[in-house]
Structures are given as C-alpha cells and as structure tokens.
Write a protein that binds this ligand. Sequence first.
Ligand SMILES: NC(=O)c1ccc[n+]([C@@H]2O[C@H](COP(=O)([O-])OP(=O)(O)OC[C@H]3O[C@@H](n4cnc5c(N)ncnc54)[C@H](OP(=O)(O)O)[C@@H]3O)[C@@H](O)[C@H]2O)c1
Length: 243
Amino acid sequence: MKIHKKIALITGANRGIGKNILTTLIKKNIYVIGTSKTSIGVKNIKNLVKNNGTGILINFLKKKKYEDNFKKILKKFKKIDILIHNSGITHDNLLINMTEKEWKNVIKINLSSCFYLTKIFLPNMIKKKWGRIIFISSVNAYQGQIGQTNYSASKSGVIGFLKSLALEVASFGITVNSIAPGYIKTDMTKKFFKNLPKYINKIPLKNFGKTTDISNVILFLISKKTSYITGQTIHVNGGLFMI
Ligand SMILES: NC(=O)c1ccc[n+]([C@@H]2O[C@H](COP(=O)([O-])OP(=O)(O)OC[C@H]3O[C@@H](n4cnc5c(N)ncnc54)[C@H](OP(=O)(O)O)[C@@H]3O)[C@@H](O)[C@H]2O)c1
C-alpha cells in the first residue's frame, strides 16, 4: 500500500495521551497507525481513525510477536515518517519490596521497547533522509519518586537513549526528542483523583495537565519550523519541576 501523505506510528494509542495524539495528527492530515495490546483496543482505534489510519496489536512484553507485527507494517506501508513511542506502565513498589517481575516488565515496556522499535523503522528514515522520533518520558525521570525506582530508571534511560540516537542520526535529517509530562489526567493518574488537592497543591499552575497539552508539543516537534531542535526533552508539568 502506498500512501502519499506523512505516516505516523503511535504506540499506546487506544487511550490517554496516545489516543489524543492520534486524533490530533489525523486533523493535520497525517495517516496514523495506532497500537494497542488488546484486540478490542485495536478495534477501537480502527473505528476511531476510519480511512485515516489503522490499528495494530502490539504487546511490548512479547518481543518476537511485536517485532514481527512492526516488520509487517513497514512492509505494507513502506515507510514511517513520524515515530511516537508513548506506551508506558507503572508498577510501583518500594525497592525493598519490588519483585524482579515488577522491575523487568517496566524496563521492557518503557525502555527496551525503544531499542527494538527504533531499530525496525530507523533504516528507512535514514534512506529517505527525513524522520521525526519522539519518546514520552516523565517528570519522574528527573525528580525521582518514592516507589518508582523501576519507572524512573526506565524513563531516564529514555533520555540517555534519545540523546545518543540524536547524535547518530542528525546528519540524516532525523530529529529525536522527548516530552516529559508531569501529572496528566489519564487512567495512569486515576488513583490520585480522590486526593486531588494534595497533588494540585504541589503544582504551581494548580491543575493536572490535559492530554492536549502533550499533543500540542507533538505538533510543535514535528513542525517544519522546529527542524533545528534535536536531542531535547520538553517539560510539560505546570511548573512542578524546573531544570
Ligand atoms: N499520565 C501522566 O500523568 C503521565 C506522566 C508522565 C509520563 N506519562 C507517560 O505517558 C505515556 C502515556 O501514559 P498515559 O497517561 O496515557 O497512560 P495510560 O492511559 O495508562 O495508557 C498507557 C498506554 O500504554 C499502553 N500499554 C500498556 N502496557 C502495554 C504493553 N504491554 N504493550 C504495549 N502497550 C502497552 C496501553 O495500551 P492498551 O490501551 O492497549 O492497554 C495504553 O495505550 C506513558 O509512557 C507514561 O509513562 C504519563
């Protein structure tokens, strides 16, 4: 299948931040391929995007299967112009109680996936001498969080990964950046809603962020006008943390 407009691949696009990125890019006339780890999620994505894109089943805990599915996508569409790796999980526990499974699963989904996923789509971007790669990191990569040694390690790993990658591919017209959200209203932060004032008090802008706050930065980073920005992380956290 040959598609003439830009094609974006967005991981974790069935809900939360990823879903908003998906719908935002459609409005910009970009063909979107969204991933979900469940068949029902893939169906939801397909219903949502209609002729403007498609959905695929990707579970970052099943490496062989997800690599095969990504390779099929590349074979079918010939290219991915914009790669947005948004899938992510938390599995909080104090280090003293953290199981090896809690450690490994968070690292696999949030960090190792960056390596395997990028390796599949990068050669074609290099060949075309154009590409935009964006990872979703977290404020907790920078400030740490009790119970999140696994999550903070994975999300700061993303920062190191993208900086080195940005250096390796800059001469091919490919930019690599990340967005580090603070508290954004999604399923991931649902557990904080019942005690909202406690969290909001710590945020200078006195509110949780919206998924559109992240999508707006995605639009900024893929714009022609920002093609001189690479190796950077944009912080979207209401002033919760400043570097
Ligand atoms: N919300 C926040 O406040 C916040 C703050 C900082 C960083 N972030 C980061 O932002 C990103 C999006 O988070 P969100 O708030 O939108 O979270 P969310 O609503 O919980 O969504 C998580 C996404 O990750 C996908 N996912 C989970 N396990 C997966 C697996 N095994 N394989 C593939 N995909 C998997 C989910 O896919 P399914 O729908 O198919 O389950 C879902 O689309 C994450 O990387 C998160 O760490 C969020």
